[in-house]
Design a protein around this ligand. Structure first.
Ligand code: SF4
Length: 437
C-alpha cells in the first residue's frame, strides 16, 4: 500500500504541538504583552517535531512492505491508498476539514491519537476509521489484512520492547532542533516508559493517553534505540517524553548503568518529580549523560495544589533539591499552572514569586485547563465557557473561574513571563547553561 501520514496545522501566530500534553496538544501563546509575544515568536521558530508515535508507525508499516511518506500540510499523492492523520484538541477543526475533503475525493482516511477516541462521532463523520489506543501498538499488525472501518481498538502494549526502532527518516533530521534550552545539535524525542498512576491524573492528560499502569522498555532496548538514533541519524541529544521517568528508580538506575557502559556520548533530558531524584540516582544519570531535568512544580500555594489533588515534593525541600541539581551542573526547567480553581489573583502572584525564587533555567506558566475525559472536566461541566476544542490549548481560560476573568488570566501570563525572564539573575543562569552546551 501507498500510505501517507498527513499532519495538518492551521496558520497560527504561535507554536502548536500535537505531541505534548498527553497527545492533546498545546498552543504556546505566552501572552499579549511585548516580551511574551517575542517569546511566543521565538518558540514558534525553535521547536518542531511530529507526534512521537509516527516514526514507530512508519517503521512497522515499512516492515510490512508498504510505502510510507510523512507530509505536513501538503497534498497526499493521487495514488495514496490510505491517509493516516494524527489528531489533537488544538487542530481539531483543521483535522476534520482535511479529512472530509480527502474522503470526498475517495481517499480512505484513518485518524490516530487519543483525541480521535474522545470525539468518535466527529472523526468518523470526517474519515473512515479511528484507532482507539496507541497507534504504535495498533500497527504492529499489517493494516492490509484488516477491515479499516469504524472504531478500531488497540489494547495497551505491555511489552514495549516489541516496538520497532523508530523511523525518523520521515522528516528532515536537521529540522529537529530544540534550541531554546537545548543548545545546538541534532535532537530526537523518544520514550522508554508509559502510563502514570499518580493522583494528578485528576487533571492530567497523560494517564488518559497511556493508562494508569506503568509499562517500561528494558534498559538494554532503551539504549538500543538511543544507539540507533545516534548511528542512523546523528543524534547528539535525546529528550525522553516519558511522563514520569524516574517513577521506577531501579529501572532508571539499570538504564543509567547500561548507557554508561555503552559510552555513546549522548546527552539527554528527562521529565520527572523533584522527590524522585535521590542523589545516587541523579549522579548515575548525570554520569550517563543527563543534562536537563524537567519538573512539574505547578503552584506556589500548598493549599491550592492540595485542593487540585496534586501531591508534590514538600515545598520546604523543593529549593534544596533544585539547588542540589543545579550545583551538580544540571539544568532544571520547571512547569507552573496559573488559575487553578481555588486560585486567586494573589495566589497566582505567589506562584510567580515562588518561581522567581526557585529561579530555574527555564519556566513555563500554563493556564489550568479541564480536558475532556478527565475527572476535572466532569467536575467543571457546568462552568465551561463553551469554547471549541481548538481553544483548549493550555494557554487560555476555558472555564468560568470563581475569582479570575479571562482578561486577568492573560494579564497574569504577561506578568509571569515578563517578570520571570527579564531578570539579571535568570539571564546569568541561562547564559551559563548555554556556555556549558
Ligand atoms: S505525575 Fe505527571 S504524568 Fe503523572 S499524572 Fe501527575 S502530572 Fe500527569
Amino acid at each position: 500500500m501507498n500510505i501517507c501520514l498527513l499532519d495538518v496545522y492551521s496558520d497560527r501566530p504561535y507554536r502548536v504541538s500535537k505531541d505534548t500534553n498527553g497527545g492533546f496538544g498545546t498552543g504556546n501563546h505566552f501572552g499579549s504583552a511585548l516580551f511574551p509575544r517575542l517569546l511566543t515568536a521565538i518558540k514558534k521558530r525553535s521547536v518542531d517535531f511530529p507526534p512521537l508515535y509516527l516514526p514507530y508507525v512508519s517503521a512497522s508499516l515499512k516492515g510490512f512492505g508498504h510505502r510510507v511518506a510523512y507530509l505536513r500540510n501538503a497534498e497526499p499523492p493521487r495514488d495514496a491508498d490510505l491517509v493516516l492523520m494524527p489528531t489533537s484538541m488544538v487542530e481539531h477543526t483543521e483535522e476534520l476539514r482535511r479529512g472530509r475533503e480527502l474522503k470526498r475525493r475517495g481517499v480512505r482516511v484513518g485518524y490516530l491519537g487519543p483525541v480521535a477516541a474522545l470525539f468518535p462521532e466527529h472523526y468518523l463523520e470526517a474519515g473512515d476509521f479511528l484507532v482507539q489506543g496507541e497507534p504504535e501498538a495498533f500497527f504492529l499488525d499489517d493494516p492490509a489484512a484488516m477491515r479499516l472501518e469504524g472504531v478500531l481498538p488497540a489494547p495497551a502494549l505491555r511489552d514495549l520492547d516489541r516496538l520497532p526502532l523508530p523511523d525518523w527518516s520521515i522528516v528532515d533530521a536537521a529540522s529537529l532542533q530544540y534550541r531554546l534550552f537545548g543548545g545546538k545539535g541534532a535532537f530526537f524525542p523518544l520514550f522508554s516508559s508509559k502510563g502514570c498512576p499518580m493522583t494528578c491524573s485528576y487533571y492530567c492528560t497523560y494517564p488518559l493517553q497511556q493508562g494508569g499502569t506503568p509499562r517500561s522498555m528494558s534498559a538494554a532496548r532503551t539504549v538500543d534505540v538511543m544507539q540507533h538514533l545516534k548511528e542512523r541519524y546523528g543524534a547528539q541529544k535525546v529528550m525522553f517524553r516519558d511522563p514520569f521517568f524516574t517513577l521506577d528508580q531501579g529501572r532508571s538506575m539499570a538504564f543509567a548503568q547500561e548507557l554508561a557502559a555503552r559510552n555513546l556520548g549522548l546527552r539527554f533530558t528527562i521529565e520527572t518529580h523533584l522527590d524522585a531524584l535521590p542523589p545516587d540516582l541523579t549522579e548515575a544519570l548525570q554520569a550517563a549523560g543527563m543534562t536537563t531535568v524537567k519538573v512539574g512544580v505547578e503552584g506556589g500555594s500548598e493549599q491550592v495544589m492540595k485542593s487540585f489533588k496534586r501531591k508534590n515534593h514538600r515545598m520546604d525541600l523543593q529549593m534544596d533539591t533544585v539547588r542540589r541539581l543545579e550545583g551538580a551542573g544540571l539544568q532544571v526547567i520547571a512547569f507552573y499552572i496559573l488559575a487553578m480553581p481555588e486560585d486567586t489573583w494573589e495566589s497566582c502572584l505567589e506562584t510567580i514569586r515562588y518561581a522567581r525564587r526557585l529561579n530555574t533555567a527555564g519556566a513555563q506558566f500554563s493556564v489550568c485547563t479541564p480536558f475532556p475525559g478527565t475527572r476535572f472536566h466532569a467536575d467543571m461541566a457546568d462552568s465551561l465557557r463553551g469554547l471549541p476544542p481548538d481553544e483548549f490549548n493550555l494557554f487560555q481560560l476555558v472555564f468560568r473561574h470563581a475569582t479570575l476573568s479571562p482578561a486577568q488570566v492573560e494579564k497574569l501570563k504577561n506578568i509571569a513571563y515578563t517578570s520571570y525572564y527579564l531578570r539579571p539573575s535568570w539571564l546569568f543562569k541561562y547564559l551559563a547553561g548555554r556556555l556549558r552546551g
